[in-house]
Design a protein around this ligand. Sequence first.
Ligand SMILES: [Zn+2]
Length: 246
Amino acid sequence: MRSLPTTLPGYERLNGRIPVVHTPGMEQRASEVWQLLHTGAEALSALLELEPPELETMLVADEEWNEAPREGERAYPKGLPYFTRSARPPALVLPATLSPVFRPRTKATYPLIVWHELAHAFLLQKEVVRTPAWLGEFVPQAASAAVARRVGLPLDEHMGMIDREPGFTVRGLKGHADAGEQMAFQNLLLLLGADAVEEFGDGFLKRLVRALWVERDVVHEERAEELLADALGPGGREWLASRPEF
Ligand SMILES: [Zn+2]
């Protein structure tokens, strides 16, 4: 089957291991994204001992957001990056303007978002069964923190601005969550992931991804906790139990 390039009319293209197609006039942002993707892919490849996925990135103008590839008919909320396998090759779709829901805003915000989505693409190189949302999002949050650590991007300012007590834990957030709660949830996972990387080193991510890939049935709560604790290694279970955000 011939694969069609992921593009919109008039879009320009930066070639590379992970090409970036972008709306005209966004050359500066496109080259920043290109750089982040390539440093991120290199770090994630080393960290997970995996080849980077086949992937293109689209940097989409706000007014063309509804034309971007996606699963299903309905347009996605504006300003929220996502990864989609509806295009060939699969695409990482980034908005020209990030939704105001992204908090905190520091020098680390944009790199962490790009690496988070890239980590999803690495994970989805194989089929992943359903897991509780917290485990599915913990992997890319911890991976983005691990990339930051490997490439020397300081996270102190960013971490310092996160609300550590939003009124729920990552396992406790159930049912419909509004955009603010979703962000708080992701930020708790980022804190947990970054601290796990500090405490145990980043090797647990490779073990966790491999463990998720061999699961064949839906991963329920208890199994999810076990998978994470085992991947962390000795002391993992106790450490998780000691974490207020968990
Ligand atoms: Zn995610």
